[in-house]
Design a protein around this ligand. Structure first.
Ligand code: 3PG
Ligand code: MG
Length: 394
C-alpha cells in the first residue's frame, strides 16, 4: 500500500477522504474533535507541499438525503481554527458548483465538501457517484480508518477511478499499530474485552484466541459467560442463545493454554438507573432480580495483577455501565491499570476511548484508535474493504 509520502504531490489537487464523523450536541456543537485532530498531520503535510486540499467525509447516517442537522459546516469551522487558515465549505460534494469551487482553488487552499451520505450513491458504493468524486482530483488519499470497514463509494469504488490512490498517515499508523499488537506482539499479550454483547464480540474472541495469552472479560457480555457456568446473574442482560458458544469458547481457551478471566465480584443494582440502589457482592451472591452493572473491586484488583506481566495489551469495550457514575469505577480502574502497565497498549475507539479521555489518561496509552467498527473488524481478522481497495489500486 502506497502512502502520500511515496508520490509527488507538490502543487497537485488532492481529494483526502477523512472520517470526521464527530459527535455533535443538539445545537450542532462538536463535543469531541479527536477525529478532526487525527487527520491534521496528513493535511499539514499536503499543505507544506503546496497541494490543493479537498476534504471529504460522512457525518452520521442521513440515509442518502439532505439532513441539515448532519451538515459538515461546523467541522469546516473547526478545521479553520485548528489549521489556522480559512477553510472553504462546499454546499455539496459533487456537481457543477463544487467543480467551480475546485477550479477556483489556489495552492495550499483547503475546501471541505458537504456530507457524502447526503447522496444514496455513497453507501451503495455506486460507481457513477465515485467517478464524479474522483473527477475532482489528481490524487486520492484515504485517511479515513474509522470507515474503512464500510463498502462505501468514497473509500472503495473510488479506487477504480481516481488516477492515483494512496493512504494518509492516520490510516497507515492505525494499521501499523494494530499489526504490531496482534501479529508481531511482544508476549505476554493480554486482550481486555468488554461491552454489552457477546454476539458482537464472538468472532473477535474466536480470532484473538489464536494470538493472545490471556483474556480479561468485563461488561455485560461477561454475564453470558457467568451464566454458562451456572452462576446466578439475576435480571442482568444475558444472551441465552449463546450460552453453549460461550462455554465452548472457554473450553477451547483452556485447551489452548489461554487464560480466560471472568469477574469474581460485581456491582449490582436493583434497577437500570443512575440512582438505583446498589451493592458490591461476590459473584456467587448476585440476588435474583438484580442487575450486574459493573465489575467489582476484587475483579479490578485481579485484572490489574493479571496485567502486571503484560508486554502488549489490546483493549476494546468498557467493564460496566460507565456512563452512570455509580457504575463507572470498574472501567476507570481498568484505565489506570492499563496506563500503569509497562506494556504497549492499544485501545479501540467507540466507547473505550471516551472512558480514557474522561480519566485524563490518554497520554499514558500507547495508541488509541479512531475506529470503533473498523477496529473490531480487524480484531475479527477481517480485511477492511477500503484497505483492500487501496492495495489493489495501482
Ligand atoms: C463510525 O463512527 O463508526 C464511522 O464513522 C462509521 O460510521 P457508520 O457506523 O455510520 O458507518
Ligand atoms: Mg459506527
Amino acid at each position: 500500500m502506497k502512502t502520500i509520502k511515496d508520490i509527488d504531490i507538490s502543487g497537485k489537487t488532492l481529494l483526502i477522504r477523512v472520517d470526521v464523523n464527530v459527535p455533535l450536541d443538539q445545537n450542532q456543537n462538536i463535543t469531541d474533535d479527536t477525529r478532526i485532530r487525527a487527520v491534521l498531520p496528513t493535511i499539514n503535510y499536503a499543505l507544506d507541499e503546496n497541494a490543493k486540499v479537498i476534504l471529504a467525509s460522512h457525518m452520521g447516517r442521513p440515509g442518502g438525503k439532505r439532513v441539515p442537522e448532519l451538515s459538515l459546516a461546523p467541522v469546516a469551522k473547526r478545521f479553520s481554527r485548528l489549521l489556522k487558515k480559512d477553510v472553504q465549505f462546499a454546499p455539496d460534494c459533487i456537481g457543477p458548483q463544487v467543480k467551480a469551487m475546485v477550479k477556483d482553488m489556489e495552492q495550499a487552499d483547503v475546501l471541505l465538501l458537504e456530507n457524502l451520505r447526503f447522496h444514496p450513491g455513497e453507501q451503495e458504493n455506486d460507481d457513477a457517484f465515485a467517478k464524479e468524486l474522483s473527477c475532482l482530483c489528481e490524487v486520492y488519499v484515504n485517511d479515513a480508518f474509522a470507515v474503512a470497514h464500510r463498502k462505501n463509494a468514497s473509500v472503495v469504488a473510488i479506487s477504480r477511478h481516481a488516477p492515483v490512490c494512496v493512504a494518509g498517515f492516520l490510516l497507515k499508523s492505525e494499521l501499523n499499530y494494530f499489526t504490531q499488537a496482534l501479529e508481531n506482539p511482544v508476549h505476554p499479550l493480554v486482550a481486555i474485552i468488554g461491552g454489552a454483547k457477546v454476539s458482537s464480540k464472538l468472532e473477535a474472541l474466536e480470532n484473538l484466541l489464536h494470538y493472545v495469552d490471556k483474556f480479561l472479560i468485563g461488561g455485560a457480555m461477561a454475564n453470558t459467560f457467568l451464566k454458562s457456568m451456572d452462576y446466578e446473574v439475576g435480571a442482568s442482560l444475558v444472551e441465552d442463545e449463546l450460552l453453549w458458544q460461550a462455554r465452548s469458547l472457554m473450553k477451547k481457551a483452556t485447551k489452548m493454554g489461554v487464560g480466560f478471566y471472568i469477574p469474581v465480584d460485581a456491582v449490582v443494582a436493583d434497577r437500570f438507573d443512575p440512582g438505583a440502589e446498589s451493592k458490591i457482592l461476590p459473584i456467587q451472591e448476585v440476588p435474583p432480580q438484580w442487575l450486574i452493572m459493573d465489575i467489582g473491586p476484587a475483579t479490578s484488583l485481579l485484572y490489574s495483577e493479571a496485567l502486571t506481566s503484560a508486554k502488549t495489551i489490546i483493549w476494546n469495550g468498557p467493564m460496566g455501565v460507565f456512563e452512570m457514575d455509580a457504575f463507572s469505577r470498574g472501567t476507570s480502574s481498568m484505565v489506570n491499570s492499563v496506563a500503569n502497565s509497562y506494556a504497549l497498549s492499544i485501545v479501540g475507539g467507540g466507547e473505550t476511548d471516551v472512558a480514557i479521555y474522561r480519566a485524563g489518561e490518554s497520554h499514558r496509552i500507547t495508541y488509541i484508535s479512531t475506529g470503533g467498527g473498523a477496529f473490531l473488524d480487524l480484531m475479527e481478522g477481517k480485511t477492511l474493504p477500503a484497505v483492500a481497495a487501496l492495495e489493489e489500486a495501482v
